[in-house]
Design a protein around this ligand. Sequence first.
Ligand code: ITT
Length: 189
Amino acid sequence: MKIIFCTGNKNKFEEVKKIFEEYNVSAKLVRKNVKICEIQSESLKEISRVKAISAFEKLHKPLFVEDAGLFIKALNGFPGVYSSYVFKTIGCKGLLTLLQNEKDRSAYFKAVVTFTDGKILKSFSGICKGSIAKKERGNAGFGFDPIFIPAGYKQTFAENLELKNKLSHRKMAVERLVKFLKNYFKQVK
Ligand code: ITT
């Protein structure tokens, strides 16, 4: 059995692959970077579900997609669903500038994974609470990892990838997906 993770982001794929290995998922995980239009919406779940349906229309194979974002309290949730664009434009430095004089640095990462086989459409989410560092720290990971400190810790995700892989938003969402898939595979065998 093969399962496709449609993503253009190699880092995301590596993180998800690790989780699949940790849970001994019997299906082989394959990355496909299909060109799919992403809708604009204020809901990660909606974006993720439309993305999954569009990907299935191209591939006609069981697959999942993921949509994630960083939500900063002092910025009323910005960049949230616009995280990809904001990372490409102003990046970590731009967000740090926006938060320059801000005392409340709380933020969270959220990921929504959506699986479909053309009949079932199922979404799983994960959240990781934390705060925004005063400056970028660390070289590991990707995106906003150098400025995100998970709650209860001092290092950023980019300084401690092992920690990220243990408690990230992606880890939580994919754990839920894996639980679902284990049952799903039993039924389709
Ligand atoms: P897809 O092809 O899977 O959509 P993407 O990189 O465009 O890949 P998203 O739209 O889900 O993915 O991600 C939005 C952005 O949020 C992403 O480009 C990163 O800058 C940031 N982001 C998401 N997850 C992150 C993580 O675990 N650590 C750091 N930044 C993250």
